[in-house]
Design a binder for this molecule. Structure first.
Ligand code: HEC
Ligand code: HEC
Length: 322
């Protein structure tokens, strides 16, 4: 009996030791991952983008008036981008004063900071370069990697980012102090083993310049490809779908969006629009989470944007589901 107890004691002690060592390793590795400095370019762009000189002349505007019109247009473009395409409010809150990305022990508590001009707002002293770093590179102003999934935004043009900044700056200031991200034991384990990727590590280049303007808003493959930049985070770089890495375990696997028989072969544009807007597939089955987090944005898209997305998805190589 005594020996059995002794053996059990040794086994428990070993497990505790291994568990402790694993946790220690994960903690140190995670802290190290987040305290690295990531080198990025430091760029500049106008906020807001000015009107074209010909238009200022044609409308006979003073400099002051031209700036007002440019601001007004930028704000409206920015509103559309945030409501239909780049889901900033999903994690930063509907009023942008702070929100939740993940709040689940033992993974962690990753909150979206306050982006308004109120107390606790973090963007007050931001330059265009700081906005570029966090939104398109996943890097904080001090150079450390952020937990924000910025790989979804790397195709954003300078003008789109500038428009979003103008729109966010026009929002009412709200006081809200948001605590910085913190990982629980499982979250640290997932970061340390590379199951949770930091977007700064996923983004191909931190020095290649961005395009100044988005492609023209028309039903073209090029514009559709630009719009589909926000779909790859879940549907994959080749749109073949499959389980979503780092996603909630209860989520459905992403579907194949390529024209393959295990994807959207046989679908019409109307079928696609019905799935995106009304959350039903051609066989009548409902579209499930997390796609239903995207459909409210799709409902804000213009007909041209939806058609361009469809035109582009029809043009990608058909591949079996990932
Ligand atoms: C999926 C969730 C998510 C989405 C979508 C998202 N963010 Fe974030 N964002 C975060 C989190 C979490 C942080 C905190 C990052 C950190 O401190 O590591 C953050 C941080 C920021 C910061 C502040 C960095 C700092 O502390 O100085 C800015 C600015 C920002 N996001 C802007 C945006 C904009 C603009 C968009 C839309 C284009 C956007 N975010 C979309 C989750 C998100
Ligand atoms: C947050 C992850 C996520 C994002 C981002 C996302 N999707 Fe999805 N999508 C899914 C998942 C998961 C499914 C499967 C849901 C199901 O099984 O009902 C899906 C299903 C679909 C379907 C239905 C396909 C079928 O065969 O049933 C279409 C169409 C679609 N997505 C298009 C898009 C487009 C276009 C974008 C970008 C504008 C996008 N999705 C962005 C996760 C996502």
């Amino acid at each position: 009996m005594k020996t059995v107890l002794k053996v059990a004691g040794v086994v428990v002690a070993c497990l505790l030791l291994i568990g402790g060592a694993a946790y220690g390793w994960a903690s140190v590795t995670t802290d190290r991952a987040f305290s690295r400095a990531i080198d990025t370019h430091s760029i500049d762009f106008p906020i807001p983008f000015p009107l074209a000189a010909e238009e200022v002349e044609e409308l006979e505007l003073t400099d002051e008036e031209a700036r007002e019109v440019a601001l007004e247009r930028a704000r409206e473009r920015g509103r559309h981008l945030v409501q239909a395409r780049y889901a900033c409010g999903e994690c930063h809150g509907d009023d942008f004063s702070g929100g939740v990305m993940v709040d689940a022990f033992p993974i962690g508590r990753l909150l979206g900071p306050n982006l308004t001009g109120g107390e606790g707002g973090v963007t007050g002293g931001y330059t265009a370069a700081d906005w570029d770093r966090i939104v398109r590179h996943g890097v904080l102003p001090d150079g450390r990697p952020a937990v924000m999934p910025s790989e979804d935004f790397q195709l954003m043009s300078d003008q789109e980012l500038s428009d979003i900044i103008v729109f966010l700056s026009s929002q009412p200031p709200i006081d809200n102090q948001v605590p910085p991200p913190s990982f629980g034991p499982l979250g640290r384990m997932l970061v340390a083993t590379g199951e949770i990727h930091l977007s700064a590590d996923l983004i191909d280049s931190h020095t290649t310049s961005h395009t100044a303007l988005p492609p023209a808003a028309e039903v073209s493959v090029e514009f559709g490809r630009h719009l589909a930049g926000v779909c790859v985070g879940c549907h994959g770089q080749d749109y073949a779908g499959g389980p979503i890495a780092g996603g909630d375990p209860s989520w459905a696997a992403a579907r194949n969006l390529t024209p393959h028989e295990s994807g959207l072969a046989g679908w019409s544009y109307e079928d696609f629009a019905r799935a995106m807007l009304d959350e039903v597939r051609p066989d009548g089955s409902p579209v499930q989470l997390p796609m239903t987090m995207i459909t409210p944005y799709a409902r804000e898209m213009t007909e041209v944007e939806l058609q361009a997305l469809w035109r582009y998805l029809q043009s990608v190589p058909p591949v079996p589901t990932g």
